[in-house]
Ligand binder design. Sequence first.
Ligand code: ADP
Ligand code: MG
Length: 196
Amino acid sequence: MEKLTQEKTLVLIKPDGIKRGLIGEIIRRIEQRGLKVIALKMIQVTEGQIDGHYPKDAAWTHRLGEKSLGTYSKYGIDPVEALGTDNADEIGKMVRSWIVKYLTSGPLVKMVVEGVHAIDMVRKLCGNTLPNLADMGTIRGDYSVDSPALANSGKRAVHNIIHASENPEEAKHELAYWFTPQEIHDYKRAEEDIMF
Ligand code: ADP
Ligand code: MG
């Protein structure tokens, strides 16, 4: 079994995070938590690469649509008027095509982050997917106020600065998808002897 201190997760700083000068701030928050960056690179990706990064199953796409519908219902917006449908699968498909455009609109920073419960800890640092729901103190809550209501009306994905693997299955796929084993490094942080 993998050591508890060596759980790995994949992080992408999205084009809006880079264009807003947040690379350093994001890495600072990751390192401050006691998590370790063990691979790092800036890349311009293709639409095909993003298509292969995100899941393709119907349940995942449905969930994207549900996120829009939840916000529409909360703020009393009629999805049929706004998007021409209130079907979560159809909205999810539209959102998936917008994500591909969003993540190819400029360079990304990809990294592998390692540490205790790294997958969950990085998700906590990110905050809720939708910045309008993200708590203050999280990256998305501190640096964005975007919402599906606004994003969908402009036919675009929600700009939320950062991607992080959601669970061990996603992390396994994404790590192997974005990095070769030779690009992932191993070193010891000075605090490790004191923290654990
Ligand atoms: P997360 O990135 O938090 O894991 P998801 O995997 O559900 O969230 O969604 C992938 C990305 O798609 C989000 O980070 C966000 O940029 C975008 N997104 C998700 N839901 C919507 C939506 N309803 N409308 C617009 N963009 C969305
Ligand atoms: Mg996700």
